[in-house]
Design a protein around this ligand. Structure first.
Ligand code: NDP
Length: 279
């Protein structure tokens, strides 16, 4: 029988664990504060920011919201980040992406103090991850590792195939699976014979941003499929990069969309905020 990997349930457990840790810190006089910066009023970003603030409140992390107008200059944004870098009471800084086109995202990420880089996007965080040292890890791939571990899915020695090589999902995912002793292959838009490669996977992570792209002829019988995609189908309904119904009977475990990887991303952001105290 196919196991549905319930990200909602697992993320709720993680949030409760973090809530206890935050309470313990509070008893010792330590408050954790996350600064959240949003530039402009992109509706999807506003929903994400709102969810992050709500999740912070649930576990007892203070959140400081900076809602800047669409025409904020790059200099003004960098200045705010530098001020927050120097504020002792701020543990984490999150700049909601995407930013308006006139702002250089890479520069913004590089300006965040690596010690407060709770999104794990700073080049220093990426470097630390690649050499296997402790640091902030990008939340979505970190959440996927937690999903696998807490579902008792072994990674060691398994053929792990990832579709997608973005800096925030595909690449850090590969490094994390490697750290767990998986045998890792990364596929992308130039990969030849994609189906042949993905059919080798014991664990297939799909993050390419195309609705219902992966059908049953991309997966091996009994594979574990992790669907990172968040898309709308032709009826405007949320769907992943995997055709869930089509692959369901062929796989041994799968994450639904919504309710799979998505909730884990926020849980791992909270985890990084809590970690920031000890890193
Ligand atoms: P990007 O657009 O940055 O990267 C997509 C990757 O997929 C690229 O590496 C691209 O290859 C590859 N790709 C595109 N088309 C194909 C194809 N036909 N065959 C093989 N590879 C292909 O996306 P993200 O990594 O940012 O996001 C991926 C998906 O995950 C999106 O749906 C996004 O909404 C979702 N997402 C969900 C999150 C969550 O919390 N659940 C968090 C982050 C993202 P190339 O490099 O060659 O162009």
């Amino acid at each position: 029988m196919t196991k549905i990997i319930d990200g909602k349930e697992i993320s709720a457990i993680i949030k409760d664990e973090l809530k206890s840790k935050v309470e313990e810190y509070k008893r010792n006089g330590i408050t954790i504060t996350l600064a959240v910066i949003q530039v402009g009023k992109d509706p999807a970003s506003s929903v994400y920011v709102g969810n992050k603030k709500k999740a912070c409140a649930y576990v007892g992390i203070e959140s400081l919201a900076y809602e800047l107008s669409e025409d904020t200059t790059q200099e003004e944004l960098l200045m705010l980040i530098k001020v927050l870098n120097n504020k002792k009471e701020v543990n984490g800084i999150l700049v909601q992406l995407p930013l308006p086109k006139h702002i250089d995202e890479d520069l913004v990420i590089q300006t965040i103090d690596p010690g407060k880089d709770v999104d794990g996007f700073h080049p220093q965080s990426v470097g630390v991850l690649s050499i296997g040292q402790k640091g902030f890890v990008s939340c979505t791939p970190a959440g996927i590792i937690e999903l696998l571990k807490r579902s008792n899915i072994e990674i060691e020695g398994k053929e792990c195939v990832i579709i997608g090589r973005s800096n925030i999902v595909g690449k850090p995912m590969a490094l994390l699976l490697l750290r767990e002793n998986g045998t890792v292959t990364i596929c992308h838009s130039r990969t030849k014979n994609l189906k042949e490669v993905t059919k080798r996977a014991d664990i297939l992570v799909v993050a390419l941003g195309k609705p219902k792209f992966v059908t049953k002829d991309y997966v091996k019988e009994g594979a574990v499929v992790i669907d990172v995609g968040i898309n709308r189908d032709e009826n405007g309904k949320l769907c992943g990069d995997v055709d869930y119904e089509d692959v369901f009977d062929k796989v041994s475990a799968i994450t639904p969309v919504p309710g799979g990887v998505g909730p884990m991303t926020i849980a791992m952001l909270l985890h990084n905020c809590v970690e920031s105290v000890s890193l």
